[in-house]
Design a protein around this ligand. Sequence first.
Ligand code: NAG
Ligand code: NAG
Ligand code: NAG
Ligand code: NAG
Ligand code: NAG
Ligand code: NAG
Ligand code: NAG
Ligand code: NAG
Ligand code: NAG
Ligand code: NAG
Length: 607
Amino acid sequence: MLLPSCFFPGLALCISLAEATGLDPIGNLCSRWYHQSQVKNGVLYIDGGIQTFSDREPFDNPAAHDDRLNYSGLVILGQRDNYVIAVDLSKSWNWKTNISEVLINKTVALGTSNSIPKVQSGALFHGTPDDDQVYLYGGVTPDVNTSFADWQAPTTNQYTLWGFNTKSHEWTQYDVVLGAPERPSWGASAEAPEQGLAFYLNGQVTNLSSAADKQGNALPDNLGGMVVLDLVNHEATNTSTDSVDDGNPRVRGGMVYIPQIGNMGVLVSLGGATGMDASLRPVSLSQVNIFYVESSRQTESTTPNDGWYTQMITGEVPSPRVDFCLVVVSAPDNSSFNIYLYGGWDPTQTKYFDDIWVLSIPSFTWTKVYEGTLPRFAHTCHLVGNRQMITVGGINSTNLTGSGCDWEWMGVAILDLSTMEWGSIFDSNKTPYQVYEGISAVIGGGPDGGATKLLPDGGWTSTLVANLFTGTTNNTAPYSPKSGADGVTDNYFHIPSKTNVGAIVGGVVGGVALVAIAGGQCWWFSRRRRIAASAAAPTYHPEPPGEDKHQSPLGHQQSPHTHYEVTGIPVNELAGNREASELDGGHPGWYVEAPEQGGRTGPWHAR
Ligand SMILES: *[C@@H]1O[C@H](CO)[C@@H](O)[C@H](O)[C@H]1NC(C)=O
Ligand SMILES: *[C@@H]1O[C@H](CO)[C@@H](O)[C@H](O)[C@H]1NC(C)=O
Ligand SMILES: *[C@@H]1O[C@H](CO)[C@@H](O)[C@H](O)[C@H]1NC(C)=O
Ligand SMILES: *[C@@H]1O[C@H](CO)[C@@H](O)[C@H](O)[C@H]1NC(C)=O
Ligand SMILES: *[C@@H]1O[C@H](CO)[C@@H](O)[C@H](O)[C@H]1NC(C)=O
Ligand SMILES: *[C@@H]1O[C@H](CO)[C@@H](O)[C@H](O)[C@H]1NC(C)=O
Ligand SMILES: *[C@@H]1O[C@H](CO)[C@@H](O)[C@H](O)[C@H]1NC(C)=O
Ligand SMILES: *[C@@H]1O[C@H](CO)[C@@H](O)[C@H](O)[C@H]1NC(C)=O
Ligand SMILES: *[C@@H]1O[C@H](CO)[C@@H](O)[C@H](O)[C@H]1NC(C)=O
Ligand SMILES: *[C@@H]1O[C@H](CO)[C@@H](O)[C@H](O)[C@H]1NC(C)=O
């Protein structure tokens, strides 16, 4: 059980700046961004990132302060990353009154004198459900304030994978250098926890990635390949992504895992940018890349395109962006898989987003479901409590010390994905997800699923994608889930005969290495059974009154079909890239105001 070290209503203890150990990452938090986070066994873990800190006025009656915490004094920029923060999700809470956030010292590294990495922009993976550890992978040492007291120099790249035992709080280093020598950061990550597999797509190394890497003023490099981590055996392999990134690896995009498609599920990668700094080119959201997970488990490369396929998306799409977050949630009947994209920004146009778009699969339609006025980027988010999205941290401008403190002063917020209502209350007993009406208005069906739009407008982009979703090579056949022998709804990637393979590959992509077929007809090795996640239906508790809301979802105000106007730089659809822009964005041109006493802006305003 977690014991709150900082329990609101406010104890002076957790608000004081002048604590012996220095700035309290909870009580002095002003903003946190580019951190890693993960939810495991009813606890949200937050690791690393960059923070600003400030004094908070002690107060005894939070209600009297409405939505604003009164900050005063300096805003100090740094990284107090020698803790993991644990947020209890086993009980309901209101972040304004009784959330429990605990610091866990990052001190116990088992059997090594190596320092536990203090990094930003890496990944915190879940691991298998029966494993007590979560896993910190990749990341880069923050350089916003290297004179900050807790600043730690980059660590060895022999150990880019670390396990954090959520029970004993001990850290264990793992050597995956043979499979993946670099410590990547700014890549997209996703995970298939039931299979013990985690994925880290592309990313970057800089002179702050590791002790051995890129000394001095060496420029950063974007990395090709997708690292596949086996979190059971603690091994890495690095699979080629040349067929999707064409020598232009991506950074700062997003990726999700959808278990129900294909024998071992698929990854869907979207957004982000190629290039870096002055040449950052946001990737168009009119296409997504799909990775067939089973291909990564095959001992020989027998899958075309290294397992990667592209699907184009027609209709209105969100503006290209980086540093957003994604959660994916299935319709109750698995007739649609809805990827919620929240926030982000476009550094090439200095545009900050406070919107939510949903990419529904298999229809591959983008639907705008929310727009507000309080942008957020460099945050993380997770699906929690059946149908809620918890968002963690983020920032709203590059003026790091001059933009006020996060009005979400405990660093979290909650969105009900079925009603699109924002609030400060996490309900551990919410009923299971139902499809938001703004989504079913576009894809058909209703709250329980029953989507009728089962084919992308314009059809499947290739017969490979068609095969993945329909089991046929018919580019206009609808999505067709297959009922497995076990009765569990299951999709299939049809096992093509030798002749079909030629037809499929030849019909789609020129220059693809032809498939080697072992043992006659089968591409695929024996199928692994997925463990069906049990979703017990909990009792329904109505929302407590008095919860504040972000702005109403769009569906309540305007047509859910209202889409965001894509403006500005023309999009090169084929490459998925925008034209190069001269504006800085990769290593963002952060502004840092000279700290000054008093006269500071307040927290970001509450909704
Ligand atoms: C914030 O603190 C300042 C200085 O103590 C005080 O003057 C001001 O009234 C406070 N504002 C709120 C909203 O509590
Ligand atoms: C927080 O307060 C609400 C009622 O206001 C209660 O239902 C909930 O259990 C409390 N949570 C914790 C963690 O104390
Ligand atoms: C955490 O570490 C700090 C020093 O960094 C120490 O003062 C404190 O007692 C530690 N807390 C726990 C719970 O071990
Ligand atoms: C950087 O850290 C130092 C030491 O903690 C602090 O004095 C300084 O104000 C910080 N810089 C900024 C811009 O906050
Ligand atoms: C993965 O492989 C690519 C291509 O060989 C390489 O550039 C990249 O550095 C590797 N990734 C890691 C994390 O080592
Ligand atoms: C890393 O390289 C950049 C230029 O690419 C330079 O500005 C920075 O000072 C270097 N940092 C370190 C720690 O060497
Ligand atoms: C950053 O914010 C401060 C305080 O709001 C403001 O005075 C300053 O002009 C801003 N700097 C930039 C570069 O926008
Ligand atoms: C492809 O599927 C569509 C929709 O089911 C069907 O109308 C069409 O006849 C099919 N084409 C072929 C060649 O089977
Ligand atoms: C939906 O997919 C999940 C995960 O594979 C599975 O556990 C569940 O039984 C499926 N639901 C239906 C109604 O098929
Ligand atoms: C960020 O929040 C601050 C404080 O509320 C506000 O003054 C500023 O305008 C916001 N910036 C953007 C880009 O929305």
